[in-house]
Design a protein around this ligand. Structure first.
Ligand SMILES: [Zn+2]
Length: 425
């Protein structure tokens, strides 16, 4: 038609979509808004070497430098499946370890359910919270605009377009935002109610600065409500049960999973984030032992070279061995002053009854777990030449566990002084 009626325009390209202020617009836009952002996200996620960061700093780096590339788009558009797939891959990269020691979803609940200072941002939750914030603070008439849009579509005489362009209509910015509000309403989450609670904490009349503070907090409060809403989230009690059932601990599984779910945030208050991460990795079977890769190898600390009748090492590279490894026992009894053999499997996995009543003991067990995990990671790459080398490494790792964390440092110091005192006596 252009060729016939307007030949001067014949060489012009007719596009079904175009980009405007970062968003793809037009009937053929599909997920084009996200293409470049997904590429950038993947590039950034590969730039980080998370193997040396630990879960705590990995989550901070991921939130600040990686997932933030989507934060502009998810305010007004639904997150496409390609972005969720990229998110899954990135979180696996940022939480390295054997096989499926964690699910990406575990990483989203680190803060709300396991007591970590920070969790990996979940795009599903943050994107929804972001839309609710935009609707409440910027676009107050989304519902009216949606009604107008529906009216225009219904009253159009171009019936075929309802079918041909249905995807475009259903993914329009107004419809996307309206859908987000309705979804949150059904969960009983309203930005207006959260805003009222938020501003109640400030002096009134609110200064401009306070108003800005409240505005910046609204999204994180809404994200918290969404990620703790049971009907749209994982059942964490079932998840803990699934993870710890393999350890064969004494408490019945139901009690054990509820206990650990309540205990992990409490333990987080006693130790540094790096030690808390080690506990989490232990419970979740996240050590990179040979057993984790379906292989059989000797204890990497070289506590024993004895073999059983089948020719398999008696002391194997697996967490179950490290609970009772002579180096672990030495750390507990000779360094921390525990009674010999007082650390059972239930204590090592922090699942024993009434354990939290003894916060000093919990702190020392947590420090030991961190030190043993560090030592096995190190000596798996660089086998020790003597037992003293392992003891020296453990001593250094114990100090690093409490470095910069005063309360656990005090408890460790008291335990070491007690040890020396008992030796003198
Ligand atoms: Zn051993």
């Amino acid at each position: 038609m252009i060729n016939d009626d307007h030949p001067a325009w014949a060489s012009c390209e007719v596009a079904a979509w175009s980009r405007y202020l970062g968003f793809a617009l037009g009937p053929g836009k599909g997920n084009c808004s996200w293409d470049k952002a997904i590429q950038k996200f993947e590039k950034r996620s590969l730039q980080w070497d998370a193997s040396q960061l630990g879960l705590h700093f990995s989550a901070r780096a991921y939130n600040t430098f990686v997932v933030s590339v989507f934060s502009f788009l998810w305010q007004l558009e639904d997150v496409p499946q390609e972005a969720f797939d990229a998110e899954k891959r990135a979180i696996m990269t940022f939480s390295p370890g054997p096989g499926t020691w964690r699910l990406p979803t575990d990483m989203f609940y680190l803060k709300t359910h396991f007591g970590f200072p920070v969790a990996f941002q979940s795009m599903r939750h943050v994107a929804l919270a972001s839309k609710l914030r935009v609707c409440f603070l910027e676009l107050h008439d989304v519902a009216d605009k949606q009604m107008q849009l529906e009216h225009l579509i219904k009253s159009s005489s171009f019936f075929d377009r309802r079918v041909l362009m249905s995807t475009w209509y259903s993914t329009s910015i107004v419809t996307t935002l309206f859908r987000a509000i309705r979804f949150a309403d059904n969960l009983g989450i309203k930005a207006s109610a959260e805003w009222r609670r938020l501003v109640a904490d400030f002096n009134h009349p609110m200064s401009l600065r306070d108003m800005q503070k409240a505005r910046s907090k609204l999204q994180s409060r809404l994200t918290y409500l969404l990620i703790t809403c049971p009907s749209i989230n994982e059942n964490m009690e079932a998840r803990v049960r699934q993870k710890v059932s393999r350890w064969g601990l004494s408490p019945p599984l139901g009690i054990l999973s509820r206990r650990l779910l309540a205990r992990l945030p409490e333990i987080a208050k006693l130790v540094s984030p790096r030690v808390h991460s080690a506990i989490f990795k232990t419970l979740w079977n996240g050590w990179a032992t040979s057993a984790r890769f379906q292989c059989t190898a000797q204890c990497v600390l070289k506590c024993s070279t004895d073999m059983d009748a089948l020719g398999l090492p008696l002391a194997q590279d697996k967490i179950e061995h490290y609970v009772y490894c002579p180096f672990t026992k030495h750390l507990f009894s000779d360094k921390f002053g525990f009674q010999p053999n007082s650390v059972s499997k239930d204590v090592f996995f922090l699942a024993a009854d009434h354990l939290l009543e003894h916060t000093d003991k919990v702190t020392l067990v947590a420090i030991a777990i961190y030190a043993i995990m560090r030592a096995t990671n190190h000596f798996r790459k660089f086998p020790p030449t003597s037992a003293n080398e392992v003891h020296d490494f453990l001593e250094e790792a114990v100090k690093q566990a409490t470095s910069g964390h005063r309360s656990s440092q005090r408890i460790l110091h008291a335990a070491m002084v007690g040890r020396f005192a008992s030796r003198r006596s």
